[in-house]
Design a protein around this ligand. Structure first.
Ligand code: 13P
Length: 252
């Protein structure tokens, strides 16, 4: 059986005080899934500090990286510095980066390779918009995003093991409208098949996460699907008690 994951994407949320209350209400020591969070970059050291008493592996990552090593790139965060702070992974290609910040396929592909160069695990996010689903284009969109984003991915097995894919249908992100377990399973199954047959990944070992309005109340149905190895969670990952409930569900 593949390992399960609960990954919190805190986006541009959490303050110093809400972080303390997250950890006060967190209870994950007995859970067996991977529990990861990606705070705003400047909070990484504080989160690692607060996580010191957690008795299990708890990883902290970034939400984005700059494609360049270092230099005159005002306002950007380098992979090297994120790694220095203790980040072990980064999201790449979140729909908010694609749509609000206009990050295109080629840029995401460069960022993925750059993250690997700095030994960061990559959670590559893909997903269709509502119109695309309505027009029956879901699989074509996912295929294109995978082909372009993972183009020329290094063949090295140890680097291929650093890839996680998150399927996040854009219409389900922050809307309260969650994909049904069947819709999510169908998309995950397609992704697993495609990366195996067309992109030469050992698809049955690549963790595939679902994201989009996951909450303790709907997690069980989603996480029970054969090809869903975990969840990438926005809103419901901000509170320690909800994050713990999700980790408990994923550990069943
Ligand atoms: P919500 O869980 O708030 O819908 O956000 C999902 C998401 O974007 C995770 O990356």
């Amino acid at each position: 059986m593949r390992q399960k994951y609960i990954v919190g994407n805190w986006k541009m949320n959490q303050s110093v005080s809400s972080l303390s209350s997250f950890f006060e209400n967190l209870s994950i020591d007995e859970t067996t899934c991977e529990t990861w969070v990606s705070p705003q970059a400047m909070h990484i050291p504080r989160v690692l500090d607060a996580a010191q008493n957690i008795k299990k592996n708890f990883q902290v990552g970034a939400q984005n990286i700059c494609e360049f090593d270092n230099g005159a790139y005002t306002g950007e965060n380098s992979a090297e510095s994120l790694k220095d702070l203790g980040a072990t992974f980064t999201l790449i290609g979140h729909s908010e980066r694609r749509h609000i910040f206009k990050e295109d396929h080629a840029l995401l592909n460069r960022k993925i390779k750059h993250a690997l160069k700095h030994d960061l695990t990559v959670i590559f996010c893909i997903g269709e918009q509502l119109e695309e689903r309505k027009n029956g284009m879901t699989e074509a969109v996912l295929k294109y995003q995978l082909q372009e984003g993972l183009k020329d991915f290094p063949a090295d097995k140890s680097l291929r093991e650093k890839l996680i894919i998150a399927y996040e249908p854009v219409w389900a992100i922050g809307t309260g409208e969650v994909a049904s377990p069947e819709q999510a399973q169908e998309a995950h199954h397609f992704i697993r098949k495609f990366i195996t047959s067309d992109l030469d990944f050992q698809g049955d070992t690549v963790p595939l996460l679902y994201g989009g309005s996951v909450k303790p109340a709907n997690a069980e149905g989603l996480l029970g699907q054969e090809d869903i190895d975990g969840a990438l969670v926005g809103g419901a990952s901000l509170k320690g008690e909800d994050f713990s409930a999700l980790a408990q569900t994923a550990s069943k």
